[in-house]
Design a protein. Structure first.
Length: 117
């Protein structure tokens, strides 16, 4: 992780309710200068999401809190429109060892969206 490495997971601190994602839901992440990456969504809300990144992933060296990234959510339902979200990374946290050993949670706040039909 970068010099902005976050503390270990310390429990629920969000005021907004989030829904756990389904195993087949993914976040496709675009960061300038880095190949497109796909990650499993942990949870999602109207204003943000959290996705899982392996602790040994090279992309962690290129992520930092406050960085703006572009995310596309991929859901299994064919009737879901393609939506790109301009988002800001709000935290990079080591996941709870028992649940997601070897992963970091990347929390993002959705800033705006663009639907492509």
């Amino acid at each position: 992780m970068s010099e902005n490495e976050s503390n270990d997971y310390s429990g629920e601190r969000r005021s907004e309710e989030r829904d756990e994602s389904k195993p087949e839901c993914h976040a496709v992440v675009r960061i300038s200068g880095i190949p497109v990456q796909q990650f499993k969504l942990k949870d999602i809300s109207q204003n943000g999401t959290c996705f899982l990144v392996a602790e040994d992933s090279a992309i962690l060296r290129n992520l930092y809190v406050g960085q703006e990234i572009e995310i596309q959510f991929r859901f299994p339902a064919a009737n879901h429109p393609t939506v790109f979200h301009r988002s800001e990374i709000t935290h990079i946290t080591r996941a709870p060892q028992a649940t997601y050993k070897g992963y970091c949670l990347i929390g993002v706040r959705i800033l705006s969206q663009l639907k492509i039909f």
